[in-house]
Design a protein around this ligand. Structure first.
Ligand SMILES: *Cc1c(COP(=O)(O)O)cnc(C)c1O
Length: 380
């Protein structure tokens, strides 16, 4: 059984044909606008710009943060390389924070001591679609006048619940947020992404950067009478074909999300007792977070135990995989990292295991298989 498989909802080709009929294949057409409107109204995002990937959206966010060489940005070490690369490309110094002991998200209480006069931004990553404590982070950002970027690549349709019980969508809380529609995410267009802007100060410049440094968007809205090169920029907007594909997925969002959350619950309920007996930890969802069914992971008691479990599953035809290697100890970064030990991040690098997770996965046979894995096997 494979680890991941994109879910095709059925209307993708029909919408792509519609695009072909219009001969408007480049970006920012009907489907791009439909996607923007959908996200803005459903999740209360202030302004949306579709991008060719989440990596691209992060690079746009770094440009909009006006990061300059020597500026510092704070982010978790247990994340994907794109979170860091976007800021490395601008010359930033990356200051990595450890993960929490109860889950792989960044430890909000360890941020403040890392803030210096050079700090420009905090980059939060909602790992597995589970919210970071955005109340704590926004408070720090206000106090020290920092920008907040949410790397919400895994966090579509997930929420932060504040102390009054009010729910706000992840992606609506930072100055910027970035989403991914890569084929491994809940919704997909193969490759694809979204930049969300929640602060009006950045709207105009974002459209310019998105359109290769020109004021083309303002021109087509009739706001200026000619367009030209007005700022730096790059090619960030996706083709209409990509947005048409994504539109077919958005129509099925509730159905996709219901199925994914039910897979997550089946894994959780089916494996709870087994995990306890094997000293394995299941995912934790804090009271201020919701579950968007992005991923199901196990935290094994040791590197060795994880290796045995991966082998056991692979021997039985089930592909299970580990996840990030801490960025602070990567080949590229280890010489640049200060000497802080980030023990939780390293623990998740060594001990976290992800189970197959996709729309038509056969979760019950994976649960049955795992229930047959016991210490005897572990000691083989
Ligand atoms: C998937 C992912 C990305 C990259 O998304 P792309 O759309 O493939 O560029 C970035 N950050 C995190 C946390 C991710 O999970």
């Amino acid at each position: 059984m494979r680890f991941n498989k994109p879910h095709i909802t059925g209307n993708e080709l029909q919408y792509i044909s519609k695009v072909l009929e219009t001969y408007q294949l480049a970006g920012n057409g009907i489907f791009t606008k439909k996607c923007h409107d959908y996200f803005e109204s459903k999740y209360n995002f202030r302004k949306c710009l579709m991008t060719t990937s989440c990596t691209d959206a992060l690079e746009m966010a770094a440009l909009l943060c006006e990061i300059e060489p020597g500026d510092e940005v704070i982010m978790p070490s247990f994340t994907f390389v794109s979170t860091a690369n976007a800021f490395v490309l601008r010359g930033a110094r990356i200051v990595f924070v450890d993960s929490r002991s109860d889950h792989p998200g960044m430890d909000e209480d360890k941020i403040e001591s890392l803030i210096s006069p050079k700090t420009k931004a905090i980059i939060v990553v909602h790992y597995a679609g589970v919210a970071c404590d955005m109340e704590k982070i926004s408070k720090l950002a206000n106090q020290y006048n920092l920008l907040v970027v949410e790397d919400a690549a895994q966090a579509i349709d997930s929420y932060f619940v504040n102390r009054k019980g009010q729910k706000r969508a992840l992606g609506s809380l930072g100055h910027f947020a970035t989403f991914s529609f890569h084929q491994t995410k809940n919704l997909t267009s193969g490759e694809g992404g979204l930049l969300v802007l929640n602060d009006e100060r950045f709207f105009e410049r974002a459209e310019i950067i998105w359109e290769k440094g020109t004021n083309r968007s303002a021109f087509f809205k009739g706001e200026v009478d000619k367009y030209g090169w007005v700022d730096m920029g790059s090619s960030f907007l996706p083709s209409e074909i990509t947005s048409a594909f994504l539109w077919a997925q958005l129509e099925q969002l509730n159905n996709i999300q219901n199925r994914r959350v039910s897979i997550w619950k089946a894994y959780y309920d089916g494996l709870k007792d087994w995990a306890g007996c094997n000293n394995i930890r299941l995912p934790v969802i804090p009271s201020y977070a919701t579950n968007n069914g992005h991923m199901f992971y196990l935290v094994c008691p040791s590197f060795h135990a994880r290796k045995c479990l991966i082998e056991f599953l692979n021997d039985n035809g089930v592909k299970a995989v580990f996840h990030y290697q801490s960025l602070h100890s990567s080949e590229f970064f280890k010489e640049k990292h200060d000497d802080r030990v980030l023990e939780n991040s390293d623990k998740y690098s060594d001990c976290l295991l992800r189970l197959p997770f996709y729309y038509d996965v056969d979760e019950s046979s994976i649960i049955d298989l795992l229930l047959n894995f016991n210490e005897e096997l572990q000691n083989k």
